[in-house]
Design a protein around this ligand. Sequence first.
Ligand SMILES: Nc1nc2c(c(=O)[nH]1)N[C@H]1C(S)=C(S)[C@@H](COP(=O)(O)O)O[C@H]1N2
Ligand SMILES: [Mo]
Length: 373
Amino acid sequence: MDMKVKNWSGTIPRPVGLIIRQKDPNNLEMPFDQLDDFITPTELFYIRSHFPTPELDPLSYRLSTGGAVRRELSMSYADIRAMPSRSCIATLECAGNGRVFLAPPVPGAQWELGAVGNAEWTGVPLSFLLEHAGLADDVVEIVLEGADRGAPKEEPKPPGQISYARSIRRARAMEHDVLIAYQMNGQDLPPDHGYPLRAIVPGHYGMASVKWLTNIVAATQPFQGYWQTSDYGYWDDSDGTPVRRPLAEMHLKSQIALPRVYERLQPNRPYTIFGAAWAGDTDVTEIWISLDGGASWVKGDFIDPINRHAWRRWKYDWTTPPRPGRYTLLARATAADGCVQPDGHNPNFGSYVIDHPLPIEVFVTSLEACPGS
Ligand SMILES: Nc1nc2c(c(=O)[nH]1)N[C@H]1C(S)=C(S)[C@@H](COP(=O)(O)O)O[C@H]1N2
Ligand SMILES: [Mo]
């Protein structure tokens, strides 16, 4: 499964570390051309935080479980660490990943391709706590709340300070792969990724995986909080009437990691186009590449096997065109449920769910013609 891409020509310095989209709170993205490994190294995993990272002392930390339960729970970090654990590999993608590709430009962090990563998460299944607490029959959702607080800047603004909170449906919360995680890639969570505890909801956009988790609330009504309605919501169609719904599962998507935007390639040379594809609650089954801006498509090969909720890296062995010029590359995935990535962005998702094939423009030019290289 290990594949290092050998394309890197050494002519362009490769960026080191995460790209800053916003400093304070930290919003950093991975330079996606550094997609080498199936597992994203923790130091290259994007960070998306709405408020400053709370400093939490693991000794005084409590995780409480309440709402419509038979038994309220209050656990220490040590209690959680002592419970039976499991690990799962899951790709997290921020729902706004790729926003910089939208035209006209939209507000929000201008993510390119790197607000996505794939990590191994270890923790206690949320279902373990919920079974222990005993859910009332009429519970419909589980609300997950973090310790971070602040005042959102986007309209409509809620009054005063709020904490970051999201809900997931009861049935999803009871599946064993939804974790209260304390480790990422075999190490305790770094502060920016939710130390000491965070939720991991595989298959959902990143916003569901609440960091610095302090409260779990069993709710008998759908949760209507800010991050569930105003933000991270979209317009669905209910028999001709637009209705607001919370974003949930990630949409099928693929991205090209190499070449990178505006990379210069030599004519008539072998070049391996490389990228990754992922989906929410289905498996990615095919990857198609276009070398001519979408006029025709060729099939690529997967590097990684199917592993539900984890991305699959893919490649296509290309011979660059003999004729110098500007070429637009696209990748489009197909999934087991029959889904294909759409042609364009659906405006009902606002500045989220950028799941259409993203154009990567490259220049085919002989090196002599490139001053500075
Ligand atoms: N408490 C809390 N949890 C949060 C967030 C946040 O701002 N506060 N951001 C969410 C969003 S929008 C994403 S995409 C993921 C990002 O997780 P990461 O920073 O570990 O990559 O965390 C989610 N969990
Ligand atoms: Mo996000």
